[in-house]
Structures are given as C-alpha cells and as structure tokens.
Ligand binder design. Structure first.
Ligand SMILES: NC(=O)c1ccc[n+]([C@@H]2O[C@H](COP(=O)([O-])OP(=O)(O)OC[C@H]3O[C@@H](n4cnc5c(N)ncnc54)[C@H](O)[C@@H]3O)[C@@H](O)[C@H]2O)c1
Length: 315
C-alpha cells in the first residue's frame, strides 16, 4: 500500500491514537480527513492541526452510512480507528461493542465496497488472542478465543474485513496492538493519576497487581502502523505491535506515584482478577514486523515512564 500522495480517511481521528496519526500523515504531506463523532475524541487533540490546509475534520457517526460515504469521497485509503475501546464496559453493557465496533466496521466495509475503495488499515488488539498458551504470541496462534466482548468484537471485525477483502479485492492490514500509551492514553496510567490526585495517600489497584503486559509508546505504534501499511501489497495481513518485554501493574503504580512525587502510598488491591474480561499476561511476538525493519525504541518501562511524564506535563 503506497501512502505517499494519498488522501487518507482516519476514522476516530480525534482520539488518542488517531490524532497523532493524523499529525504524522500531515507531516508526510498527505491530505487527511478526520472522521469522528467526538464520543471519546477531543477537539483539543487536533486543535494544532486545524490550520493545515490539507486537514479536514468531519463530525460524523460510523453508524450513519450517509455521513460515512460523504467522508470517503475522494479518499484512496482508510485507517479505521473509530471504536469503543473500553474493554471493561462489556461486563455491564453487552451491546456497545457489537454496535460501535462490529456494525461500525460493517458500515465502513459496505461503503468502501460501493465506492470501490481498495485499501484499509484496521486497529485491532492483542485481546483477540484471549488467554494465549504461547508467549510471546505470534500472529498465527490459534484458536482465537477472546474472553471479553470487546475482544470478540475486534475478532468479528477482523473476520468481516478478511471476507470483504477476499470478495472485493481490498488490501487490508490488521494491526493487533498491545497496550498503547502516551500523553492522552486512557487506561491504567490515567486511572492511577486521577485516583492519586483525589487521594495521594492511598491507591486502589484493580486486581492483585501482578497482571503483566506489554506497553508500547504511541510514537512506536504510529511508526509500526505506517510501516506495516506500506509493506503490505495485497491480501489481508495481520501484524502484532508491542514492546518486547512486559511490565506488571504494581510497577506502573510505583512509576506513577514516583513521578507525581508521592512516597509511602498505600496500595489497596481489589482481588485476584481485575475484571471479568481482563487478560493477566500478554506479550506479543513482533518478529513479523521486525523483519520489515521496525523496532520499538522504548521498552515497556521506558514507554510507561515517558507516557506518565507526558501526562504530567513534564515532557
Ligand atoms: N489504546 C490502546 O491501548 C489500544 C490497544 C488496542 C487497540 N486499540 C484500538 O485503537 C483504536 C483507537 O484507540 P484509542 O485508544 O485512540 O481510543 P479513543 O477512544 O481515543 O479513539 C477512538 C475514537 O473513535 C471515535 N469514535 C468512536 N465511536 C465512533 C463512531 N461511532 N463514529 C465516529 N467516531 C467514533 C471517538 O470519538 C474517538 O475519537 C480503537 O479502535 C481501539 O480499539 C487501542
């Protein structure tokens, strides 16, 4: 997939990953259309891009075909990030991921089919592997048995994309991300910061603190995503993207409290499992993307520390 000179639609372009991706594409000279309903996206994340004449922002919803088709007109490539990424939500709301992730992706594929669009990059997730028995987990691991409804929705999206690609000649790149972190990341670092601001003496940690996962900084994520897109010439390819080591949640708590200048914070663990769909250990094999020349610049601990410092305005 040649990205140079293309007009690229970024769905979810006002989100944490999307806004940085839009910035990077504009920096490479692309025309970029950001399509977002601002449900979790933020106008502030893209404010500095607004003055770029090659940047278009369209407020619209993936569930509304008409808005989507309008946004797609004139674009050659789609990078599809729009989703509800809140894994825990599936415990209480069994509909949201089906609608916001699966139906949204189906709508996109239908619109792409009608407009004869041929290039798609999709933000999938490590959670499609479920509780993997092979670590680091390679792309060809199976069977894929997700344990969260979010994971199930991402796997369903991958399946739909694969079938549409086969039937309608779309070249598709499935990016299976580890935990991506940075200044505006959701998840554990933000959660700890918020809790410690409210009570600097005590921190509630979901689970027992031993959950151990791979964390990748946003800058490495964007570089890997663009490289994978450019190296995929046809068909459907899945790529893992993560750092090559993992970090436990208790260490993340130490990093956040340390960077906030807090000492002797009392940690309160909630129990063995953080929530029903949480995967306790995750490490992806990134050999496939490494063979193409990508390497994470930061390991998990460096990535988390940098993200926390960015979040605190220290970097
Ligand atoms: N951040 C991570 O660690 C991580 C890991 C694996 C996969 N992903 C995937 O990467 C993508 C981006 O994640 P993120 O962390 O930037 O999340 P985010 O919530 O910041 O971004 C999602 C964006 O999509 C928009 N959106 C949601 N529903 C929409 C709809 N119906 N129509 C139009 N726009 C809509 C939101 O407003 C938001 O701007 C998601 O697909 C997520 O599942 C993220």
């Amino acid at each position: 997939m040649e990205l140079a000179g293309k007009r690229i639609l970024v769905t979810g372009g006002a989100g944490f990953i999307g806004s940085e991706l839009c910035a990077r594409l504009l920096g490479r000279g692309n025309n970029v259309v950001c399509f977002d309903n601002f449900s979790s996206g933020n106008e502030e994340f893209i404010a500095n891009l607004r003055s770029n004449p090659k940047f278009t922002v369209l407020r619209g919803d993936m569930l509304k075909q008409r808005e989507l088709k309008k946004a797609l007109k004139g674009c050659q490539t789609v990078i599809h990030l729009a989703a509800n990424p809140d894994v825990r939500l599936g415990e209480s709301d069994t509909h949201v991921h089906f609608e916001q992730n699966v139906v949204a992706t189906y709508n996109l594929l239908e619109a792409m089919k009608e407009l004869k669009m041929k290039e798609l990059v999709f933000a999938s997730s490590s959670v499609v592997y479920g509780v993997a028995k092979v670590m680091p987990t390679p792309e060809d691991y199976g069977p894929l048995l997700p344990i969260s409804l979010y994971g199930a929705s991402k796997l369903a999206c991958e399946a739909l994309i694969s079938a549409y690609s086969n039937n309608f000649g779309i070249t598709s790149v499935l990016m299976r991300y580890a935990n991506i972190i940075g200044r505006h990341a959701h998840g554990v670092t933000r959660d700890f910061k918020k809790k410690l601001e409210a009570n600097p003496a005590e921190l509630e940690i979901l689970g027992d603190g031993t959950q151990t996962k791979s964390y990748l900084h946003l800058s490495d994520c964007i570089a890997g995503t663009l490289l994978a897109a450019e190296k995929t010439a046809s068909g459907v390819e899945a790529y893992n993207l993560g750092s090559e080591d993992k970090l436990n949640v208790k260490t993340i708590a130490d990093i956040v409290s340390g960077e906030m200048g807090l000492a002797n914070v009392e940690y309160k663990f909630t129990g063995k499992q953080a929530w029903a769909g949480d995967i306790k250990v995750m490490l992806l094999s990134v050999e496939k993307i490494k063979r193409m020349g990508w390497r994470p610049k930061l390991n998990s601990e460096e990535a988390v520390r940098k993200a926390v410092r960015e979040m605190l305005g220290k970097e």
